[in-house]
Design a protein around this ligand. Structure first.
Ligand code: PLP
Ligand code: COI
Length: 355
């Protein structure tokens, strides 16, 4: 499909942030965006055009019943080069989310091609400083105006770009995680494994509980027993018990993270044996008390590798790794960010140049 291009005149382009590491996550957007629409038969009207408000019918199905999905990936700068990290996995996951939400598939090759074209146009929005990147948000929403509950016959797919530094207000310092035993995020058979917009709305109330006690993120437990750890609001979770590095399995209620998959590979490269197994919150709390839990960290595109310095469970705060960043966590952070930004060798061929 041909992409029509409508550029913002050079003298009307926006100012870029002077210190991207200080910009709150996802608040500044580049000059251009990509969009195309689906009319029930096929995708059409592929365009790169100025970043601008959408025009939607008030009855658009996404606004009423949440038929919407999204992705998150990043572009990194290495000198003149712009690099992506395993981008095809994001588009494959978008299609997996589309299947769950009865939405149309996109062609992975075309999605990557159109993203690269957009990035070439807005390449000077990709920041250089280590720890920063251009966050990419592909989004698909149901646009048919109709109040009946059923799959839409029309969709909009669009991609916007936002220069970002750290996701958490703590920067890259250890984050404090609140274990929710009152609310749940997802249940097997539900939409937890899809990147569906409603999953995030459902997480907000527990987030306000966390904020009340000075915590920033929520760790979800399984919906049936409230016993097994699942994932954090925007990250998958790893626990290091002595030399065993563990993450919960992809049970159908957590997001299959691309960073999670990459961490599993890197941990193997280090000569350790990562395990995907169920971990109860009791095992974690006992392990913290006995010293068997050496480190806990979350991982995700926005969060990169985030050390966990403290867990709040049933009204009690538990300090992890003396509130410091553990050794393995730091190594994974350095290696991952090094590979993503093209500074370190990429033995698995994860990095895709925009050219
Ligand atoms: N879990 C949830 C709920 C997320 O929103 C994210 C972020 O996308 C992740 C995990 C991590 O996934 P990824 O590593 O693909 O960014
Ligand atoms: C990401 O890591 O890309 C996410 O989707 C997290 C987020 C919802 C900001």
């Amino acid at each position: 499909m041909k992409i029509d291009i409508d550029l913002v005149p050079k003298d009307q382009r926006k100012e870029k942030p002077t210190d991207v590491l200080e910009v709150p996550f996802g608040t500044v957007f580049s000059d251009h965006m990509f969009s195309m629409r689906h009319d029930g038969t096929s995708w059409k009207d592929a365009r790169i055009h100025p970043y601008s408000p959408l025009s939607l019918e008030p009855a658009a199905l996404c606004l009423h019943y949440g038929q919407g999905i999204f992705e998150g990936l990043k572009a990194y700068r290495r000198g003149e080069k712009v690099l992506l990290f395993r981008p095809e996995m994001n588009f494959q996951r978008l299609n997996a989310s589309a299947e769950r939400m009865v939405m149309p598939f996109i062609d992975v090759d075309f999605a990557l091609h159109s993203l690269k074209e957009l990035l070439k146009i807005d390449s000077d929005w990709v920041p250089e400083v280590l720890g920063s990147s251009l966050y990419i948000r592909p989004t698909m929403i149901a646009t048919e105006p109709k109040l009946g509950v059923r799959p839409s016959s029309e969709y909009l797919y669009y991609v916007i770009l936002s220069p970002v530094g750290p996701y958490f207000k703590e920067g890259f310092a250890p984050v404090k995680i609140y274990v929710s035993d009152k609310y749940v995020r997802a249940v097997k058979g539900g939409t937890g494994a899809a990147k569906a917009v409603g999953n995030y709305a459902a997480s907000l109330l527990a987030g306000t509980d966390a904020t009340k006690v000075g915590y920033s993120q929520v760790l979800w437990l399984d919906a049936l027993e409230r016993k097994w750890i699942e994932e954090v609001g925007t990250m998958n979770l790893f626990v290091r018990f002595d030399d065993e590095v563990v993450t919960p399995p992809l049970s159908g209620s957590i997001l299959p993270g691309i960073t999670r998959a990459s961490v599993l590979t890197l941990v193997k490269d280090y000569g350790l044996t990562p395990k995907e197994r169920m971990v109860s919150i009791d095992e974690v709390i006992e392990g913290i008390s006995s010293g068997k839990v050496k480190e806990i960290f979350g991982c995700g595109t926005a969060a990169i590798i985030a050390p966990v310095g403290s867990l709040w469970y049933k009204g009690i705060p538990y300090e992890v790794s003396n509130g410091q960043t553990g050794e393995l966590t730091q190594k994974l952070f350095d290696d991952l960010i090094g590979i993503q930004s093209g500074e370190r060798e990429d033995p698995h061929g994860w990095v895709v140049p925009v050219e």
